[in-house]
Design a protein around this ligand. Sequence first.
Ligand code: E4P
Length: 214
Amino acid sequence: MKFFIDTANLQEIRESAELGILDGVTTNPTLLSREAGDPFENLKKICEVVSGPVSAEVIATDVKGMVREAHELVRIAENIVIKLPTTKEGVKACKILSSEGVQVNMTLVFSAAQAVLVARAGAAFVSPFVGRIDDVSSDGMRLIEQIVQIYGNYGFETEILVASVRHPMHVVQAALMGADICTIPYKVILQLFKHPLTDVGIERFLSDWKKIRR
Ligand code: E4P
């Protein structure tokens, strides 16, 4: 399973890239709004740090506007992926852009029906939001299970990008289910490393070593 980071913060992206396990970045208007400076300049800087896919979302809600914005965004860098909302207009824009060879990440996916639609429209990535589903007392990971099964049934090539990840168990479950990618906030990436027994184990090894090597 590939690891993307879900942030527009350059420092977090740099630190994750240094870990050697970073395959891509997802941004959205909310994440970009948290950073100082021009959002387009910030996207450009992100694409200089990471060579994998960097998702940039359109603001338009109509097909024409989405396609126009997408054409502007892809000029930022070769690794820009266009993020479109999963609406009727978004799916139409996905079909147009995918046919032109533009990589599209269909976002705000909350049902298996939406996941089927975007795969048929040629999306490179589908982004089901597991955390936001959990937030409304439903089971976000159950949706991932369904999409993995449906895409397997038909050999759809759209990559399943698990989004709205809130804790390490979302990542573990995504891997168990065979999702292609998890996009993870920096805080959760750091949580993945932690285990109290690892810390205790290191402490013990170091103190035992000190007893024999002075
Ligand atoms: C995905 O691409 C989105 O940017 C993100 O995962 C949304 O997460 P949130 O529900 O924590 O805002």
